[in-house]
Design a protein around this ligand. Structure first.
Ligand SMILES: CC(C)(COP(=O)(O)OP(=O)(O)OC[C@H]1O[C@@H](n2cnc3c(N)ncnc32)[C@H](O)[C@@H]1OP(=O)(O)O)[C@@H](O)C(=O)NCCC(=O)NCCS
Length: 212
């Protein structure tokens, strides 16, 4: 293996992520220089390098590519000034001319199994449904439904990933909450969505299902 490549990889790994007042599942992974603050990340969720996740909740099995910003601070839009020196709380300028109440952080909620493409920005307070996909370089300003693919600036709906019936069975299955053993059994059909849906439906109807 190329020694320069190995050294550059090691150096990148040394640029460790920072985590502040957050709860991360033991299986989550963070890329170099990523910052996580006041957030919660579910199991098998990974965040790429150079991301900022602020005041957000991410479910299980989310894949967040490099250079994404999810959530963040907001400034007052209809006050005399947008500057943080006119409301309560610490700010980078270390000055408060007045102590008005202002909610700087709105929680951003990302469901389970969400894939966010590289260089995407997700506005604070937005919610993104389980199973959805955000295209690379998107700016998401609105709530996004389950199993929808959105992309662009501002992001628009491209299409849904599956038909309504499939989506409803996938959502009802809540496979992302299964324990490791059950998931290993079900994962055999993860590259055949229709088969997975059939077996899941059979298991509800109490017929012979490979998932029993
Ligand atoms: C969103 C995405 C998953 C869609 O993939 P796809 O189903 O193969 O989409 P297509 O290429 O068929 O494009 C469908 C339409 O969406 C548009 N589109 C796709 N991705 C887009 C993006 N990121 N921004 C804006 N428009 C996009 C296409 O131009 C096309 O528009 P048209 O119908 O007007 O011609 C993919 O384009 C993407 O962005 N993947 C993320 C890649 C990434 O970030 N990888 C690194 C981290 S893992």
């Amino acid at each position: 293996m190329n020694i320069k490549y190995v050294i550059s990889k090691i150096l990148k790994k040394l640029q460790i992520p920072s985590v502040h007042k957050s709860i991360l599942h033991t299986t989550t992974r963070l890329g170099s220089r990523t910052e996580i603050s006041q957030s919660r990340l579910g199991k098998y969720t990974y965040i790429g390098s150079d991301c900022q996740i602020i005041h957000a909740e991410l479910g299980n099995f989310c894949s967040i590519a490099d250079n994404c910003i999810i959530g963040g601070a907001s400034h007052p839009l209809n006050w005399v000034s947008t500057s943080p020196v006119f409301h309560k709380g610490k700010n980078i300028l270390r000055k408060n001319f007045s102590e008005h109440d202002f909610n700087v952080y709105k929680k951003t909620v990302i469901g389970h199994d969400v894939w966010i493409g590289s260089n995407s920005l997700i506005k604070s307070g937005v919610s993104i449904g389980s199973g959805s996909v955000i295209g690379m370089g998107s700016v998401v300003t609105k709530d996004i439904g389950e199993y929808e693919i959105w992309a662009g600036n501002p992001a628009k709906l491209i299409r849904k990933r599956f038909d309504e019936e499939t989506i409803s069975i996938l959502l009802k299955s809540e496979w992302w909450k299964e324990d490791e053993k059950t998931l290993s059994t079900k994962a055999v059909y993860f590259n055949e969505t229709q088969k997975f849906v059939e077996e899941t439906t059979k298991s509800y109807e109490d017929r012979t299902s490979l998932f029993k």
